[in-house]
Design a protein around this ligand. Structure first.
Ligand code: HEC
Ligand code: HEC
Length: 241
């Protein structure tokens, strides 16, 4: 009887170990960024935006807390080290953000649009490079770094993709062009000066890209993803430079 009980214990354990043995296929990972990566400016903001809601001071889903160094470097029970300094391809965090672990895509998908967006290949590349470069995490509290949002660096590329097909050149709809910061600030025939620098709430452009302006045609073409709306909002709040 005693022996049977021991066997019964051993078998399921072995089965579990085997099941987890199937290693994630790291050949599918986006490549690490080929440059030195700064933790405070580039990595921490990604964690903050996409992870702390569930793995921060308030909640620790899966008993994982990643706003502290001790917490972030946890060795998980089933998936190995969360962050293995020097080896991004052996770090569970990387496997999970890239969707290589069954049922463990991080952040987990959400039905609500804009609530939980997958990390981009570029963001995964930044995290990989940081880990490969030694996963340095400075001592003490993180000095939060606010990256300035600029027209040339952030807004123009976004509008070129989302708006330029209808809002550039001679036939720009509503005489509104996104070709330069000056043109955007000038506005169009019905919405002159759609940007109030420093005051996102008073800016009709923000209402338009948030999908809150129902008078415009093609509302789905005017509504940007939550992350992009946030970028436009930051650009305006920071003075629309
Ligand atoms: C909406 C909530 C949510 C967000 C946002 C989120 N996670 Fe998770 N995470 C979870 C839940 C829930 C679990 C536990 C899942 C399970 O065990 O089945 C988990 C588990 C994990 C684990 C495994 C921990 C362990 O000890 O097994 C890691 C690693 C992880 N998450 C990393 C991340 C990273 C990195 C991000 C941001 C890019 C992130 N998560 C964003 C909900 C979230
Ligand atoms: C598929 C074409 C299309 C796309 C893509 C599009 N728009 Fe428009 N937009 C229009 C049309 C049509 C109007 C109405 C023009 C009119 O009133 O004659 C308009 C009107 C506008 C106006 C008001 C112009 C004025 O003063 O009359 C603004 C501002 C604007 N769009 C911004 C944007 C932004 C920002 C984007 C990208 C996020 C975008 N649009 C994407 C077709 C488009």
């Amino acid at each position: 009887m005693k022996r049977l009980a021991v066997l019964a214990l051993v078998i399921p354990l072995a089965a579990v170990a085997d099941g987890k043995g199937s290693k994630p296929d790291v050949s599918k990972l986006p490549l690490p960024a080929a440059r030195p990566v700064d933790f405070t400016k580039e990595v921490y903001p990604i964690f903050k935006e996409s992870c702390f809601k569930c793995h921060g001071a308030e909640k620790q889903k899966g008993k994982y807390r990643m706003d502290t160094r001790e917490g972030a470097f946890k060795v998980t029970e089933d998936h190995g080290p969360a962050i293995q300094a020097g080896k991004s391809e052996e770090s569970a965090v990387i496997h999970m953000v890239a969707g290589l672990v069954d049922e463990m895509l991080m952040p987990p998908p959400s039905d609500k649009p804009g609530q939980s967006e997958k990390l981009t290949p570029e963001q995964i590349g930044i995290l990989r490079a940081w880990i490969d470069q030694g996963a340095k995490w400075p001592d003490g509290p993180i000095a939060e770094f606010v990256k300035p949002v600029t027209f040339a660096g952030d807004i123009q590329p976004l509008f070129a993709k989302a708006c330029a097909e209808c809002h550039s050149g001679a036939g720009a709809k509503g005489s509104f062009s996104v070709e330069s910061a000056a043109a955007v600030l000038k506005g169009g025939a019905n919405y002159p000066k759609p940007v109030v620098a420093g005051d996102a709430k008073k800016s009709t452009l923000l209402a338009i890209v948030s999908g809150k302006d129902e008078d415009l045609p093609a509302p789905d073409r005017h509504k940007l993803a939550a992350r992009q709306v946030e970028l436009v909002e930051k650009w305006i709040s920071q003075g629309a430079k």
